[in-house]
Design a protein around this ligand. Sequence first.
Ligand code: NAG
Length: 425
Amino acid sequence: MGKMQVLGVIAVMLVVYSVHAKVYFREEFLDGDQWRSRWVDSKHKSDYGEWKLTAGKFYGDAEKDKGLQTSQDARFYATSARFEPFSNEGKPVVIQFTVKHEQKIDCGGGYVKVFPTDLDQTGMNGDSSYYIMFGPDICGYSTKKVHVIFNYKGKNHLIKKEIKCKDDELSHLYTLILNPDQTYEVKIDNNKVESGSLEEDWDFLPAKKIKDPEAKKPEDWDDRAKIDDADDTKPEDWDKAENIPDPDAKKPDDWDEDMDGEWEPPMIPNPEYKGEWKPKQIDNPNYKGAWVHPEIDNPEYSADSDIYKFEKIGVLGLDLWQVKSGTIFDNFVITDDVKEAEDIGNETWGATKEPERKMKQEQDDLKQKEDEEKNKEQDTEADEEEDEDIDEEEEEEEDEEDSKDDMEDGPLETDDEEVKEKDEL
Ligand SMILES: *[C@@H]1O[C@H](CO)[C@@H](O)[C@H](O)[C@H]1NC(C)=O
């Protein structure tokens, strides 16, 4: 092939590729208050928390990083956006968004729900049936995981694997890929953190094999590896009393038999006592090994190659509870193209994550300096505040460690270690 022909083929491939990529939903909140016309708040409860459009306390780009933030503590939040319904039959579907827990979240959801198109958006609530729930969920030290829940035949099924979520204050990109070959992949920050098959990692279907209910261990099945040696007999001098009168005990001089009764020496353990006699153990010549219950195909099981399939995907919703508010959701994408999602992730989260991290670092450094100065002033004050100062110095040390962690390349690993340490305490 000549050079021009090669270029031609590449050009055709690019056209085919871009024609095939379909973005069903994309929301980056780039047009001011207009998002209010696209998102519908649920009216199911009267006291849902308010969503605020903001880039937060620190960001990579003051405009592009604007997203929906939970703004009131200890509230339920419920809002959703509709798009043209589609089926993922025979195609991958990718669900992706960013979450920023800039408030140092203690307990609260950071996940999305994907609904069938017939969802009543103003009535949306925790019981509204959804197709997919995906994203981070944090509560205390014990719950820090990524949910991947699929609805199958009317029932919600949770993933059996534990996927750890990020628990720092920066923006993170969460991606779920669901493939028509019934495999899936979860990515955080465009790195794969979990993958596998629907059938293995969820309990959608009954077990393929079950123990044969007809099979029973034969009565004469001998599964004793060792038996008593029949030739072994108890030695004649084996039986000795467990306790004997203390031979060294003496009747006290002042013992008065009329008053105290007949004197008896105290009992002590008999050094010659050998305990209960047991015959020697020998290999059982009739040993057949442990009996294994034979398995048969489960008559209840039937394969289903459509577990992954959802007929009319049409709404993306945020339906969650937060104790400490401040989480910002942004950069929602639903597409049938894995590479397109990665591209969009790179263009959005990928482009602003570094300046965001820097801005946070500067704020942290500044706060640390202010705290240090405050402490210095306090040090010159009266001695009776000694105890308090010690507390504050300890806090300061912790802050220093935190910011050190933030500077390191692998915040995930550091976080994991921290969590583990705390769990162990
Ligand atoms: C996204 O960014 C990463 C890291 O820079 C890069 O390795 C990857 O190829 C990018 N993906 C796409 C689809 O451009």
